[in-house]
Unconditional design. Structure first.
Length: 464
């Protein structure tokens, strides 16, 4: 191995580009095997929104803009290539700028191949979804805080990546906000960052929250973070059972719109938000389209939500449920399955409308015809995460005793672990417990272990 590393240092730029390309292709491998970029039911909305210049009622338009820009309106393959290339670049900055690892191209290639084979990272970097952005976010925060003499162009690029990441989905924005608040509070007591870094963090949070309203206003909508901020949260509260309990107690004195349905509310949030039989779609609103029901009923749901969360009794109950579900979400990180997206599905219809030249490739892909299972990779990931959690403390102790980049390593470990915990808390509290939410970031644990192993290995090489 030592001989190989010495030789790799003499490689030409052609070899380095080849290794980088191999890393990108490894991260794209699920899409390559499928025959087309992986899609989720929400992919249809993301593909269509920017093309039709319409702000979705249930999510930001930012990822749609990202998809539109990166695909060049030519190919959706370019989008996932860019997603994987950005991830490889973040790996590169971590290894070289912060942890000062030599022979970075060989390590990045090996790291990407290993993680693609054993974790969920390639699955999410190959999807036309913003889920991979949830893992980008803590990496970018760490690099901006602890990067050494980053060039202006690199800082600008990282800022762009951060803004796209946190504004692509509300859960990522809330998670990033909480992460930065934790860092700021910790810094008050430990002073790990200079004052200007505190201002940087505050600016990052402000930029994230202000970008979405600005873009919404630019598209002719209200200057607000969301067109319908209450419907999704109401779906979550319905799932907890708190809404039914509250309505049974208060409908005699208050006339909420859901009082008529308090005995027949759906058991799950997704049923409330998407099933045609949901109370959300009762009445005349559906005649103008499902999204009109969201717009028409959002304010009324907001009043009910306000009354529930300002009631100490129900607030305590929601906190208990949130803590329990955070624990359940932390444990649930299977990669799961991707269901077929055949004719009449949202991705099919939008690709047919806006990327007709790619429709043949889409219909020839495996996902068009069958369920894509990732059971084997899920089992490997579970074992690897458990193993990582056991080994990371041991390696941290070893590196600390040797005084090898102990501060950077400790800060990186803290930010990664905190981001994973906050991701679970935010997603389970505001939405529901779904394996996809945690699987999109859990690969950062094996990634952390791999980084520590590389640093430890390189320290041993120097001693020889």
């Amino acid at each position: 191995m030592k001989t190989f590393l010495k030789k790799s240092s003499k490689n030409s730029w052609v070899a380095n580009v080849s290794l980088t390309l191999m890393a990108v292709l490894a991260l794209m491998s699920p899409a390559i095997i499928n025959g087309f970029p992986l899609v989720y039911s929400d992919s249809g909305t993301y593909i269509a929104a920017a093309q039709t210049n319409s702000i979705p009622v249930d999510r930001p338009i930012i990822y749609s803009l990202f998809l539109n820009i990166t695909s060049l309106n030519v190919s959706l393959w370019i989008t996932i290539f860019v997603q994987c290339l950005i991830l490889v670049y973040l790996f590169s900055l971590l290894l070289t700028n912060i942890f000062e690892v030599k022979h970075k191209y060989a390590w990045i290639c090996g790291l990407s191949i290993l993680l693609s084979l054993t974790t969920s990272v390639a699955n999410y970097s190959s999807q036309l979804m913003p889920d991979i952005f949830a893992a980008w976010m803590p990496l970018v925060v760490f690099i901006l805080l602890f990067g050494k003499k980053l060039k202006t162009a690199v800082k600008i690029f990282l800022w762009i990546v951060f803004i796209f990441s946190v504004t692509s989905h509300f859960s990522i924005l809330v998670t990033a906000t909480l992460l930065i608040i934790f860092i700021l509070v910790f810094n008050i007591f430990k002073k790990i960052l200079p004052l200007h870094k505190n201002y940087l963090l505050i600016t990052m949070v402000f930029a994230g929250w202000i970008t979405i309203p600005i873009i919404n206003a630019a598209y002719g909508e209200k200057f607000s973070v969301s067109r319908c901020k209450n419907v999704t949260l109401m779906a979550r509260l319905v799932e907890t059972g708190v809404v039914t309990e509250y309505l049974n107690e208060h409908c005699a004195e208050k006339s909420y719109s859901l009082c008529n349905y308090k005995d027949s509310l759906p058991a799950y949030g997704y049923m409330f938000a998407w099933e045609p039989t949901s109370p959300l779609y009762r009445g005349e609103c559906l005649k103008s389209g499902w999204d009109n029901c969201w717009i028409e009923k959002d304010a009324g749901y907001g009043l009910l939500i306000h009354d529930i969360i300002t009631s100490p009794k129900y607030l305590k109950k929601l906190i208990r449920i949130s803590l329990k579900d955070t624990y359940l979400q932390l444990k649930d990180f299977k990669i799961g399955v991707l269901v077929p997206m055949a004719e009449n599905s949202a991705p099919y219809e939008t690709i047919k409308s806006f990327y007709p030249h790619q429709l043949k490739g889409y219909t020839n892909a495996s996902q068009f015809r069958q369920i894509l299972y990732y059971n084997t990779t899920s089992k490997i990931q579970i074992v690897l995460v458990i193993l990582s959690l056991l080994l990371i403390p041991l390696i941290l102790i070893s590196l600390h005793r040797q005084k090898i980049q102990s501060r950077n390593i400790l800060h990186f470990t803290t930010i990664i672990c905190l981001a994973i915990i906050l991701n679970a808390a935010v997603c389970s509290s505001l939405s529901t417990v779904v394996d996809r939410y945690q699987s999109r970031v859990i690969w950062l644990i094996p990634f952390l272990l791999t980084i520590l192993v590389i640093i430890h290995f390189q320290s041993k090489i120097r001693e020889v």
